[in-house]
Design a protein around this ligand. Structure first.
Ligand SMILES: *Cc1c(COP(=O)(O)O)cnc(C)c1O
Length: 391
């Protein structure tokens, strides 16, 4: 035993909110205007600059960002969008809501949990309009390959970059390779605004459409309308209210400034984890050999084949180590499996996703956040080794 057995309570996820965030939000609260305005614009410009994009649109959640992508790309009932099954269900839901068919693709395998471009290619039909890739855990998907595929077939490419804000790769920053990049600032993400999301788009006109859809396709801002007492307005399309708050924008600006430091801490913790976990037999560690940039959002492991995951999770919990599962595959969820709304045309067979299903039974996410100590990682690794030895 390399670490004392003194019981700890480890947090699964945590943020890095501190005094500067508290002061900034307090400033907003006393400023007289709380809905999207000047600070929102500043955060958009800062995020765009940090990512190397021309501009960005801040919205109320990552789900709102994905929904606006579906609307801005003009996807219609019966259109098909190919996306990984092993991701959060938000992308599939935003499609299904509009009768757009989420066609679910397999992953590379146990070492790389991102979507396999070859499987995407296999699923392309004459109804396919778009492809979504997701940078699982902050590790870049094969986005350049998928970009080439999308270009060859005349398809839109959306990056669900919820796990990967401001990650530079040789192919470009994540979220800028696709036509649209969607980010989330939910409480557990790398950078949090409580709830929030950001959208990047390569084409300025497409981003302008996103900006308009964010606020009911009404010309002009609600603040200037309120200030001028103007009663009349016109709408140019069917939009929604996905505006963020100024409190969220104030949080975002400061959190963005912390991102590099937080990431370097996460990266060190992941190295420690990978070193420790390598000593546990029967355990596989996805992305353990990853070279290059990552946002290090998640620390997934694959339990030994045939493990009773829920029992292992209960034992870890009892030892003060909370865990999670990213993700129960979308194609096995009741709604997407049973298809009560008849989204899937008869022509689309009910696919088995062999690699996704084989890792999904074994997946376990361990605690990872910038406030973990080195000794916390050692504690988690030791408890996992204990629990597995007792199975
Ligand atoms: C968090 C997340 C979302 C949704 O973002 P919210 O801000 O929670 O709406 C979408 N996709 C992935 C992969 C996510 O992790």
């Amino acid at each position: 035993m390399t670490v004392s057995e003194t019981r700890r309570e480890i947090a699964f996820a945590d943020n890095t909110i501190g005094r500067p965030e508290i002061d900034a939000v307090t400033d907003v609260l006393t400023s007289g205007w709380l809905s999207a305005d000047r600070r929102t614009r500043v955060f958009e410009e800062e995020f765009a600059a940090a990512t190397g994009a021309q501009d960005a649109v801040f919205v109320s959640s990552g789900t709102a960002a994905l929904h606006l992508a579906v609307l801005a790309l003009g996807l219609r009932p019966g259109d098909e969008v190919i996306m990984p099954s092993l991701t959060f269900v938000a992308g599939a839901a935003c499609c299904a809501l509009h009768g757009v068919v989420p066609v679910l693709a397999d992953i590379h395998g146990a070492r790389d949990l991102t979507v396999d471009p070859a499987d995407i290619e296999r699923l392309i039909t004459e109804r396919t309009r778009a492809i979504v890739v997701m940078h699982y855990g902050g590790y870049p998907a094969s986005v350049a390959q998928v970009r080439a595929l999308a270009d060859r077939h005349g398809l839109h490419l959306v990056e669900d970059a919820a796990h990967s804000p401001v990650v530079s790769t040789p192919d470009g920053a994540l979220g800028t390779v696709g036509d649209i990049g969607c980010f989330s600032f939910f409480a557990t993400k790398n950078l949090t605004t409580g709830e929030g999301g950001m959208i990047l788009a390569r084409d300025a006109e497409l981003l302008a459409r996103v900006r308009s859809l964010r606020s009911h396709c009404i010309d002009g801002s609600s603040r200037s309308r309120t200030a001028s007492g103007s009663a009349g307005y016109d709408v140019s399309g069917v939009g929604l209210n996905y505006r963020p708050t100024e409190m969220a924008a104030a949080l975002g600006s400061i959190q963005l400034g912390r991102l590099a430091g937080d990431r370097s801490r996460r990266s060190d913790l992941v190295s420690l984890y990978h070193g420790g976990l390598a000593g546990i037999s029967g355990l596989d560690v996805p992305f353990a050999g990853h070279q290059g940039a990552s946002a290090h959002h998640l620390l997934p492991v694959l339990l030994p084949e045939g493990s009773d995951r829920e029992r292992i999770r209960r034992r870890l919990r009892a030892a003060g180590v909370p865990t999670s599962v990213h993700y129960p595959p979308t194609h096995l969820m009741t709604y997407y499996r049973d298809d009560p709304d008849g989204l899937r045309a008869d022509a689309i067979p009910r696919e088995r996703l062999v690699r996704t299903e084989s890792v999904a039974r074994r997946l376990l996410s361990l605690p990872l956040h910038a406030r973990l100590g080195d000794d916390d990682v050692a504690y988690v690794v030791d408890r996992l080794a204990d629990v597995l030895a007792g199975e």
